[in-house]
Design a protein. Sequence first.
Length: 184
Amino acid sequence: MSEKIISDDGEFHAEDEVVDLSHTTPEAWLALGLFWVLGLTVLYQFITRYVLNDSAAWTEEIARYQLIAVVFIGAAIGVAKNNHIQVDFFYRHMPARMSRLMSGLVDVVRISFFAAAVAMTIQMMLKIGNQTRMTVVDLPMNVVYALCLLGFAVMLLRSLQVALIHYRRGYSVLERPDTTMEDR
């Protein structure tokens, strides 16, 4: 992002914001890497289909699974930053004690959801084993489910981390929407 500045002489100037990668989480780097691999796969698919007129059949299926991986790993970034969709309207009109209690309940429900998702993904992976194969590529579907499991596990760990931060500082973003996770 850049800041727009109009000087006294009416000239427009833009100053770039300093990019700080020091707080970048490991899952963000993994999601970025997966995204680039996805982009290269789609580029290869485009070249083989429209330039060489001989489409590589595996690219569509692999690209679909790579997109799933990017979404599940990328969702962990939202949990770590605590910036998923949330409704803070009611918190503005609640008494402080009730607001704190509800915020704690939200943390518990979030942790419980991700723990259940991890457990159910493991159950599904154990049930299907290596029997089910992808359509075009001869790989087990558990490869895809393992990426989903990784995403859910990281989301669970990050939600535990976020709940601990909320507990230590005594409020959450729901109670004070003007704060961020960096305001620790």
